[in-house]
Ligand binder design. Structure first.
Ligand SMILES: [Zn+2]
Length: 230
C-alpha cells in the first residue's frame, strides 16, 4: 500500500504543478492543450527506427506503450522547467541523472544568488517524437525530440520587476531528451522492499528507508532522464 500511496502522491504533485503552470497561463491554454493532445495521440514513431529493437523493448517491458511514454516525457520536461521556475527541484530529482540534476541545480543557485526568477511562461510542449531507440548490454536508451514553446524572461524575485528577456514573443526550441531504463528492471511491487536491508519501505513520505537510510532509486524500476539538450 505504501508504495502505491507514494506513487499517488507523486502523481498528485505532478498534476498540481502542471495545473499551476496552466493556471498561470489561462489566456493561452485552450489552443495549446489541443496541440499537446494531438501530439500525444498521433503515432509519430520515426519509420527508420528498427522495429526489431522496439519489439525487443516491448517484449522486455510489458508496460511500454509509446503514447504513454511520450506523454511521460512531456510531463518530465514540464516538471523540470517548472522546478527551475519555482527554484525547487525536489519533485524532479528522482528522475534526473546526477549530471542533469546538477545542471539545473546550478541554474537555480545562480538565480537565487542574483535574487532573480526565471519565468517560462505559457510553457507548452508538442510534436513529441521518439527519434532513436538503442539497445545496450544492460539497458534500453531512447532519444526523444520535443517542440517546446514559452515566453522566456527574468524578473526580480522580491519585487517581480522585469529584468530581461521577451514577455511578448514565445521562443520555440527543439529539445532532445535521452532516457534509459535498465533491463530486468525491478517491478514496482519489489520497490516496497528496501534495497539495502529488505525492510518494508514506507515510500509514502520520503523515499528513504527508515531503518538503514537507503534511498529509493527510480532508475532500478523505471525510465530516468540521462540528458536534456536544451
Ligand atoms: Zn533499509
Amino acid at each position: 500500500m505504501g508504495f502505491n500511496n507514494f506513487l499517488n502522491n507523486l502523481r498528485r504533485a505532478a498534476e498540481a504543478m502542471e495545473k499551476a503552470v496552466i493556471d498561470d497561463n489561462t489566456n493561452n491554454q485552450n489552443h495549446e492543450n489541443n496541440t499537446y493532445n494531438n501530439a500525444n495521440i498521433k503515432n509519430t514513431t520515426n519509420n527508420q527506427i528498427s522495429k526489431n529493437i522496439l519489439e525487443k523493448l516491448v517484449a522486455e517491458d510489458k508496460d511500454f506503450a509509446e503514447a504513454k511514454f511520450r506523454a511521460k516525457v512531456d510531463n518530465m520536461f514540464i516538471q523540470t522547467y517548472t522546478g527551475v521556475m519555482k527554484q525547487d527541484l525536489s519533485k524532479v530529482e528522482h528522475f534526473l541523472s546526477k549530471e542533469m540534476f546538477e545542471k539545473y541545480s546550478k541554474k537555480v543557485e545562480n538565480l537565487k544568488s542574483k535574487n532573480q526568477l526565471q519565468i517560462y511562461d505559457e510553457l507548452n510542449v508538442s510534436d513529441t517524437n521518439i527519434i532513436n531507440i538503442e539497445e545496450l548490454e544492460d539497458r534500453f536508451v531512447i532519444k526523444v525530440s520535443l517542440l517546446t514553446k514559452y515566453l522566456d524572461y527574468i524578473l526580480t524575485k522580491d519585487t517581480k520587476k522585469y529584468v530581461s528577456g521577451d514577455r511578448d514573443v514565445r521562443v520555440e526550441k527543439r529539445v532532445r531528451i535521452t532516457l534509459s531504463k535498465i533491463k530486468n528492471a525491478k517491478s514496482m511491487e519489489e520497490a516496497r522492499k528496501c534495497d539495502g536491508c529488505g525492510a518494508n519501505m514506507d515510500l509514502n513520505k520520503t523515499g528513504v528507508c527508515e531503518y538503514c537510510g537507503t534511498v529509493f532509486e527510480l532508475k532500478n524500476y523505471d525510465w530516468v532522464i540521462d540528458n536534456i539538450e536544451d
